[in-house]
Design a protein around this ligand. Structure first.
Ligand SMILES: [Zn+2]
Length: 269
């Protein structure tokens, strides 16, 4: 069977980027079994032939009405699929969906009827907000970075911007490359409406949010951007934990050094 990616270099490149990131999630130990999700808005890469492509499933209810996603297209990781498999065979472990005109249903158009992640409604809720606000963000990522999840088990770290300040202070680049810091979403049942709402609220002020005792959710201009922000935060978390393992509380950059970074790199905070 012909793949939708054939003779579409821009779309192919985007899906290859998703596969590359899925491989990083697995090799980092952040994606055990079928853990984690990726959803990318590929509407800008869709041509007229794709718009005419017949669906390969019946319409499927989203469970939400998402008025800004009418006619949008997404690549979604498949439910129960593993990141390590997505890395090698993205179109067998994910699919491309079209949001229907009622904004309440979608259909799969390619390559195979791989049902999207059960977290699709919460990912689409975030995408709906990005389109509404014209943010330019196209990718959402959920994964389980070990050190950041470990830090989310310590109550004092969950106060607003305590972890942001700590992680920024471990290495200057973290502030430069994750300039909005790390938001906190209190524990809620995975897949619940409360978790989705808490995430949406926190993403108004941050690009990456930490789900207490679970993982992170990140938005980015593309999937690499979302991954990079989680990666730099995770690097800082490792430096903090290594310092503690060597028996001391790391000094961290001073307030003045942090302010200097803000000025030099024209950072928002
Ligand atoms: Zn998870």
């Amino acid at each position: 069977m012909k793949s939708i990616l054939e003779n579409r270099p821009a779309l192919k490149e985007e899906v290859e980027k998703i596969a590359e990131v899925a491989g990083y999630l697995w090799t980092n130990g952040w994606a055990e079994r079928n853990g984690g999700n990726i959803t990318v808005n590929i509407t800008d890469l869709v041509d007229d032939d794709i718009r005419q492509m017949p669906a390969i499933t019946e319409p499927i209810a989203i469970g939400e009405k998402l008025p800004h996603l009418r006619g949008c297209y997404f690549f979604c990781k498949g439910t129960g699929k593993r990141m390590r498999d997505l890395a090698r065979r993205p179109m067998d472990n994910g699919s491309i969906i079209r949001i229907l005109d009622d904004c309440e249903h979608y259909e799969i158009i390619a390559d195979n009827p791989v049902m999207p992640t059960s977290e699709l409604p919460s990912h689409l809720l975030v995408h709906d907000k990005q389109v509404e606000t014209g943010s330019g963000y196209k990718a959402t990522l959920h994964t389980h970075p070990i050190e950041l999840v470990a830090m989310s088990h310590h109550r004092p770290f969950l106060k607003k911007d305590v972890l942001t300040r700590l992680l920024w202070s471990m290495i200057p680049e973290t502030k430069a490359f994750c300039p909005l810091g790390l938001g906190i979403v209190p524990y809620e049942l995975p897949g619940s409406v409360k978790l989705a709402e808490g995430t949406l609220n926190a993403l108004a002020d941050y690009d990456v949010v930490l789900w207490e005792k679970h993982g992170v959710f990140a938005k980015g201009t593309d999937i690499m951007d979302a991954f990079d922000q989680v990666d730099v935060l995770s690097k800082s978390a490792k430096i903090y934990i290594d310092s503690r393992a060597m028996g001391y509380e790391p000094e961290g950059m001073s307030d003045e050094q942090m302010k200097e970074m803000t000025r030099a790199f024209h950072l928002p905070k």
